[in-house]
Design a protein around this ligand. Structure first.
Ligand code: B16
Ligand code: MG
Length: 217
């Protein structure tokens, strides 16, 4: 049976996917890299250096490692400026209720965000105490779509991956969940999420009772 729910952050709990996207677009414009919606979708859920690598595939210029590090830091500066004023009002509608309903149902709650800014964001959103375990993104070697981050969350919670359900807004995240052997719930009716086990229009539609009565385990 289901014992834990593991949430992604950006695009599931808070609307920060927009801020990440805007920061990457700003950097891309500055270095003359064309940026369209399909690239934006591919960057979702992918860690900072991995995202930069995808962006630079479209660049004519060869950057040194030191230059790449500087570019990644520049993007993070733009991102942090965009989230500087965030607070509980920036939780996506229904996000807190979704987490609380899973807690009330007796499930463990984890966070598997690729973002190194995640712990600070949880504080700003006022929801740190709702989580039993938060993965430290800086210790993850293989970015989503690799299963590593969701497996780390399950291990931190002390729950078998097969008894975990994950909630994601990105194709890379759904692939990561499936590779981890977890039930994959996609939020956002985007065609990129077609591989999800269950697709919801938004996190506001998340109702834990659907899954508890499901044929889990
Ligand atoms: P940072 P998630 C991911 O978070 C974002 O979706 C992705 O756009 C971002 O590049 C990544 O975190 C790394 O974030 O630069 O703050 O470490 O969706 O896994 O919560
Ligand atoms: Mg996300």
């Amino acid at each position: 049976p289901l014992q834990a729910v593991i949430f992604d952050l950006d695009g599931v709990i808070a609307d920060t996917a927009v801020a990440h996207d805007a920061a990457w677009r700003q950097l891309a414009a500055e270095i003359g890299v064309p940026f369209d919606d399909s690239l934006g979708e591919r960057l979702k859920g992918v860690d900072r250096m991995g995202s930069l690598a995808l962006l630079l595939e479209r660049s004519q210029h060869a950057y040194s490692d030191a230059e790449k590090t500087a570019l990644a830091e520049r993007k993070n500066t733009y991102y942090k400026a965009r989230i500087a004023d965030m607070g509980p009002q920036d939780l996506l509608p229904g996000a807190r209720a979704a987490i609380e309903s899973a807690r009330r149902a007796g499930l463990k709650i984890g966070l598997a965000s690729a973002s190194r800014n995640a712990p600070m964001l949880l504080q700003r959103l006022g929801i740190t105490e709702l989580f039993d375990y938060v993965v430290d993104a800086s210790r993850i070697v293989h970015s989503k779509p690799d299963p590593e981050i969701f497996l780390a969350a399950a291990s931190g919670l002390g729950i078998a991956p097969s008894a975990c359900l994950g909630v994601e807004d990105a194709a890379a995240g759904i692939a990561s969940l499936r590779a981890a052997g977890m039930t994959a719930v996609g939020v956002g009716l985007h065609e990129a999420l077609a591989d999800a086990d269950v697709l919801l229009p938004s996190v506001a539609a998340f109702d834990i009772s659907i899954f508890k009565t499901d044929s889990n385990g």
